[in-house]
Design a protein around this ligand. Sequence first.
Ligand code: PEP
Ligand code: MN
Length: 263
Amino acid sequence: QVSRELQSHDTQVQFGDVTIGGGSFAIIAGPCAVENREQIFKSAELVKKYGAVGLRGGAFKPRTSPYSFQGLEEEGLQLLQEASKEYGLPCVTEIIDPAHVEMLEQYVDAFQIGARNMQNFKLLKAVGQSHKPAILKRGMSATIEELLLAAEYIYNEGNQNVIICERGIRTFEKATRNTLDLNAVAYIKTKSHLPVIVDPSHGTGIRELVGPMAKAAVACGADGVIVEAHYNPQVALSDGAQSLDEAHFAKLMNEIKPFIQAA
Ligand code: PEP
Ligand code: MN
């Protein structure tokens, strides 16, 4: 079980050659979606250049509108894997269908379960039967208890490589895309032995706020951050407004390093 009452030491999850949790902080970055070869390679180059350790990129995008870009699907997975190998960065992508577990396992080092699927119990169980790490994002209207029980669904199937991700929740506040609930990070660390990471990109929706909230994530005890970074956010097919360009990504990476050492 995921409760700290049953295991006092922190779980460490192995994401490719990167360890997450138990004092090992990880920065994962990359575009919201894989758009084409040039885009994922140029973005991965940035991720590597400034010292992040993992690459993200969606190939199956659960978009709010059916008319928005839905992802390159398997072609996107191929490109993500190629960029991941080229730059030596383990990669993560979102899974939206339980039937895709075996396909995704061939291409990526970890699954992401998106906010919209946090309580898709068939999906949770399917990922629970894999041995690859799962980054479980908090549903936008999910309580912490519901999030921990969703994690339990994966864990209970035998996959102990679960990473919890706070990505902001829906509140009355409209100034930011979501309200990043850093209470959840500190709280979950007391209740569960699983690593907890923060997604300040979806948590704020605003590029300028991503760096400050990433630093706040370190300060409140998170085990890592996952941020959206794009070589040219102006042309991004999804989440451009919250994607870090080179200047913002460089600033985040330089500012966060002393925080990680001090934490
Ligand atoms: C994403 O990571 O691009 C994404 C869709 O995140 P979330 O599920 O948190 O909205
Ligand atoms: Mn996104």
